[in-house]
Design a protein around this ligand. Sequence first.
Ligand code: SF4
Ligand code: SF4
Length: 368
Amino acid sequence: MTHIAAELDIPLAAMGEMTHRCPLHCPYCSNPVSLAKASDELSTDEWRRVLDELAGLGVLQFHFSGGEPLVRRDIVELVAHATKVGLYTNLITSAVLLDEAKMTALAEAGLNHVQISIQGADAASADRIAGFKGGHDKKLAAAKRVREAGIPLTVNAVMHRQNLDQLSDIVELAVAMDASRLEVAHVQYYGWALKNRAALIPTPDQLDEATHIVDAARVRLKGRPLIDYVIPDYYAETPKTCMGGWARSFLILSPAGKVLPCHAAESLTGLSFDSVRDRSIADIWRDSPALNLYRGTGWMAEPCRSCDFREIDLGGCRCQAFALAGDAAATDPACGRSPLHRELFFLAVTEASEDRRTLVYRKYAGQS
Ligand code: SF4
Ligand code: SF4
């Protein structure tokens, strides 16, 4: 079957945002500001069909993400179905709902990997950032269950001005949690994070210190855990190859079944993404006008069009260009050649120096 994925250039890994519901309120959440209603979510049967289709196309991995995927009552059933059709399964979770019974059931369903997000190194500060009292301790207990079940663990730590002074302790915590991988990911500023930029953006000194801590930890820990490191765009000189290029390396399904090139793509107003409720995934991947719009390099204007890096970074992030330049086809302002780049850098430095701390928490409709 793998040849079908190769013919259509379908990525070998797909991610399902099973729901936007989540007990936590992270102020940098990568979900869109306008969250999908529970009544719009794909049903159990629809997700089963999606998993069948993906496996049939030769996709190898499926990441169960959200929101919080464990909010869905059918999550164990869906993991079991993914296992049955031959997909490698990863659960991306806040872990506050990962109790003993759920862990046992997921392990029996064949779950292959778990990724747990943490918001800080200690309960008081982590719970303040997540807007959820008692969450940090639940996460530590859940991580223990994951490892006792023999399932490999990744810890995802989202870093910003209000927790960067804890980075050394966060690395130690990931070691204590027996993680095989630690993602040290600085916040990227779109969606909820853009609303909270002034309260979260690090100072340049904090960023330098964090890079130094990660470099030293990589040498000292020798790959246990492996440490991935993502710096904030505002302090970069070249943009990241966002999502490996628009509709190229990632296939993401929204809770309502829309096929997206990245988590934030629905923030591009004016674009309409196709749903698995209406067409097959193969058709959508090949023919969707929204997916084809920014594929490759043909859509680029100057300075990207004649830039030597265009095949490398594929123009950076379309969502960031839309959010900051008001034009999704503009050069990503993270790039030093964007006319907005210097302005953005100074904005970041100024906001960081003002040191505002009040957070706008991510809220699902009906959540207090
Ligand atoms: S970032 Fe926080 S609020 Fe958003 S889905 Fe993850 S745990 Fe929930
Ligand atoms: S000008 Fe465009 S292609 Fe060149 S480095 Fe910047 S974003 Fe990349």
